[in-house]
Design a protein around this ligand. Structure first.
Ligand code: BDR
Ligand code: CA
Length: 317
C-alpha cells in the first residue's frame, strides 16, 4: 500500500510538535505539507515553528504555508503562552529557521493539492479550523475531492478545556468549525472524549530524553513546560501530559483502537457555550438545528495504551 498523503494544518504548539514528529516517523503516512494557522501562537510564529520542526526532523523538503492570522469573525489576541510558552515551544527559544514559507496561503495550498490529487489527500487539522473553512470557501469542490478529514478538536460527551463548554481549537473559531462539520465530507472528530484519555507519564517522557533521535530530544526539551501547566491546573489527577494532537495521527494509523459513533454535529456560536460541539445523539424529528446536517464520525473511546505505545515506538525507537 502506498503511504497515505496528509496535510497537517497546525499551530505549533507543544502537542502539535509531537503530532508532526509522530506523522513524519510513520511510514504509512506521507506528509506533503504543513499549513499553519493562529492558535497556540500567532500565525507568523506558527509558520516559523513549523519550519524549525522540519529542520529538526531533517525534512526541509516539505513545504510550509502560512494561513489565517485571525478567526472568520474576529481578531486573535490571546495565544496561551502559559500552556505552550511565549515561543510555542516551551520557551526553549530555538534559533531562526533557514527556510521560509511558500508564497501560497494555507487555504490555497490545500485547494491546489486536493484538486490535483482527487481522492488522495487526507487533511489533519490540529488547530483552529479557519484555514479549512477558507479552503472550502475558495473551492467548495474540495469536499468531494478530499480523501478524508481527521481533526483534533471538540468535545461530544465531556466538558471543554478552554471553557467549561468548549475545546480550545473549536472555541478559537466556532463559525469556521460549524462550516467544516457541515461540509458533507468524510470527517472524523478526535476530540476531548478520547484525547483526555491519552496520557503520557513522566517515566515515558524520560524515555524520549534517552533516545538519540533529534525529534525525541526536542520533545524531551519542550514537554516539561507543558507538564508544569498540566500539573498546575489538574494537580496529579491526570497523571501526566495529554497528547491531544498526536491522537489524531494515531487515528490514521490504528483506527481500530477507537470507538466511533456516527452523528451530525453542530457548533454553538453564541453565549457562554460558544465553541461547544453538539452531536445529535438521538434521532429527534424536532431537532431543527441538525436538519439536513451530514453525519460525521465522533470518537468516543480509545485504547490509549496502544496509541501511546505506538507513538513511542515511532518517535523514540
Ligand atoms: C488543542 O488545543 C491546543 O492547545 C492543542 O495544541 C490542541 O490542538 C487541545 O484542546
Ligand atoms: Ca494544536
Amino acid at each position: 500500500m502506498p503511504p497515505q498523503k496528509i496535510i497537517i494544518d497546525t499551530d505549533p504548539g507543544i502537542d502539535d510538535s509531537m503530532a508532526i514528529f509522530f506523522a513524519l516517523s510513520s511510514p504509512e503516512l506521507e506528509v506533503i505539507g504543513l499549513t499553519t494557522v493562529f492558535g497556540n501562537v500567532h500565525v507568523d510564529l506558527a509558520a516559523t515553528n513549523a519550519l524549525r520542526l522540519l529542520e529538526i526532523a531533517g525534512r526541509t523538503d516539505i513545504p510550509v504555508a502560512k494561513g489565517a492570522a485571525n478567526s472568520l469573525v474576529g481578531d486573535y489576541d490571546n495565544p496561551p503562552a502559559h500552556i505552550h510558552g511565549d515561543d510555542g515551544q516551551g520557551n526553549v527559544h530555538l534559533p531562526p529557521p533557514a527556510g521560509k514559507p511558500i508564497d501560497q496561503t494555507s487555504a490555497q495550498f490545500i485547494v491546489e493539492q486536493v484538486m490535483s490529487n482527487p481522492g488522495e489527500i487526507t487533511l489533519v487539522p490540529i488547530g483552529p479550523l479557519t484555514n479549512i473553512a477558507l479552503a472550502l470557501r475558495l473551492e467548495p469542490r474540495i469536499a468531494q475531492n478530499v480523501k478524508q478529514v481527521v481533526l483534533m478538536g471538540g468535545n461530544a460527551l465531556v466538558p471543554g478545556n478552554s471553557t467549561p463548554a468548549a475545546e480550545a481549537n473549536i472555541k478559537d473559531d466556532p463559525e469556521a468549525a460549524d462550516v467544516v462539520f457541515g461540509a458533507g465530507w468524510p470527517l472524523t472528530m478526535v476530540g476531548l472524549d478520547v484525547t483526555t484519555k491519552a496520557v503520557v507519564t513522566d517515566e515515558q517522557l524520560q524515555s524520549y530524553a534517552r533516545s538519540s533521535s533529534p525529534m525525541a530530544q526536542h520533545i524531551a526539551r519542550i514537554c516539561p513546560f507543558y507538564l508544569d501547566f498540566s500539573r498546575r491546573v489538574n494537580g496529579n489527577a491526570v497523571g501526566g501530559l495529554l497528547v491531544h494532537d498526536s491522537t489524531a495521527v494515531a487515528y490514521l494509523l490504528v483506527p481500530d483502537a477507537f470507538t466511533v459513533k456516527s452523528w451530525p454535529v453542530r457548533v454553538e456560536t453564541q453565549g457562554m457555550s460558544r465553541g461547544k460541539t453538539w452531536p445529535m445523539v438521538r434521532p429527534n424529528t424536532r431537532a431543527t438545528y441538525w436538519h439536513n446536517r451530514p453525519n460525521v464520525n465522533v470518537c468516543v473511546d480509545i485504547d490509549s495504551a496502544r496509541t501511546i505505545a505506538l507513538e513511542f515506538s515511532r518517535v523514540a525507537p
